[in-house]
Design a protein around this ligand. Structure first.
Ligand code: AMP
Length: 401
């Protein structure tokens, strides 16, 4: 059983081909600069064979044709023919309240996805382009949609409503949705499997800390709160996004600097966060390097980043009424021992004690990093959103039989 996973962004197409009998990745790659000058495809097969193909990739369909071409090519391919692809699974960013789990893509589902575009105008259209392209190129192949928002659909009203006039919720669906749901779901389940505990009894906090970052409170297998909101700008400090902000700041700046909507959007999404504070970069490795060299703004940005994560963990322990497992994932969560140490410092009174030796130098590996005396287990769990998409797709097509 072979499943192709696609993650179509505005100018990129990430893909992985899975053999689901062994969950092995047969090949993976990325098409970059779709519809821009200098587009190319970077492909890697499981045996390490790599290739970069340059070409004029004017749209997503052409990009996916390149992907299918390289997957079946004699020299770099992993498939004899496209008939070997049993299904395609797509990452879809926003499913609003219409989707609370992964689904088989039908015309009716596509219509509902199109209705979600208003809520994610940058993300959902390219996701849909990938779906239309597969419909054209592989019309017999079933497709599944896996939503970033779906896992958080279990949040109660008290966590997802904004204190705005209720009519804005009913009229426009203005509420908190949360993102990175596929990752929060995967790492929380994986941690329980690893510890041999029942997922549906645990109080878990998952910190997905990558370029985008969010944190979730999971009670007995259900997401009950998460830090991102209507859009992925709320919550933690991110690479270039500000996270939580007094809205009065925006009103003040819009007035003082006569900012319009697109400039304001760029301010909070592209020029803020770690980049805005440090002035160094949005990349954590570069900021940590600058901080180690004594750059004051880089040091401040790291302190603010860790403080915000700590503050959320504290508030989620309060709302969960305790904590069994704390998980770090995402590029930063999986790799930065200094971040984990700083976030978990002085948290013994909340049952969090990390073992410095286990934490130190640990990168990208599943491991328990708490002391045996720690009431809560603290873990690093590398995320694998593509595998979840492939597994959900497999389950959906198995149910068709
Ligand atoms: P992601 O979006 O999950 O790929 O995460 C990207 C972020 O992870 C970037 O800010 C990277 O700098 C950060 N990252 C990757 N490796 C490390 C590392 N060894 N130490 C600190 N941050 C890292």
């Amino acid at each position: 059983m072979k499943i192709l996973v696609l993650n179509c962004g505005s100018s990129s197409i990430k893909y992985q081909l899975f053999d689901m009998t062994s969950s092995e990745v047969l090949a993976k790659g990325i098409v970059e600069k779709v519809a821009l000058k200098g587009s190319f495809l970077k492909h890697e097969r499981s045996d390490g064979e790599k290739v970069i193909l340059e070409g004029e990739i004017l749209d997503h369909q052409t990009g996916i044709e390149y992907v299918l071409g390289v997957l079946t090519s004699e020299k770099y391919g992993s498939l004899k023919s496209l008939n070997e692809i049993d299904a395609v699974g797509h990452r879809v960013v926003h499913g609003a309240e219409k989707f609370n789990s992964s689904v088989l893509i039908t015309n009716e589902v596509i219509e509902k996805m199109e209705e979600c575009i208003d809520l994610a105008p940058l993300h959902n259209p390219p996701n849909l382009k990938g779906i239309y392209a597969i419909k054209n190129l592989l019309p017999q192949v079933p497709q599944a949609g896996v939503f970033d928002t779906a896992f958080h659909q279990t949040m109660p009203e008290t966590s997802y409503m904004y204190a705005l006039p209720y009519s804005l919720y009913t009229k426009y669906g203005i509420r908190r949705y949360g993102f990175h749901g596929t990752s929060h779901r995967y790492v929380s389940k994986k941690a329980c499997q690893e510890l041999g505990v029942d997922y549906f009894t645990q109080k878990i906090i998952t910190c997905h800390l990558g370029n985008g970052a969010s944190i979730a409170a999971i009670d007995k297998g259900k997401s009950v709160d998460t830090s991102m909101g209507l859009t992925p700008v709320e919550g933690l400090i991110m690479g270039t996004r500000c996270g939580d902000l007094d809205l009065g700041v925006l009103l003040y700046l819009m007035d003082k600097e006569e900012l319009g909507i697109s400039t304001t959007s760029a301010l909070i999404n592209k020029h803020s966060g770690m980049l805005g504070i440090s002035g160094v970069s949005s990349d954590m490795r570069e900021i940590e390097k600058a901080a180690a060299e004594g750059n004051k703004r880089a040091i401040l940005s790291l302190e603010m980043y860790d403080y915000r994560v700590k503050k959320y963990i504290g508030s989620y322990i309060a709302t969960l009424g305790g904590l069994d497992i704390l998980i770090f994932t995402g590029g930063i969560g999986e790799n930065s021992d200094t971040l984990r140490k700083s976030v978990c410092s002085n948290m013994e009174f909340l049952g969090i004690e990390i073992d410095e030796q286990k934490n130190k130098g640990l990168r990208g590996k599943l491991e328990v990093i708490s002391k045996p005396s720690s009431k809560a287990k603290v873990m690093v769990v590398p995320t694998n959103e593509e595998l979840v998409i492939a597994e959900d797709t497999l389950e959906i097509i198995n149910n068709l039989k």
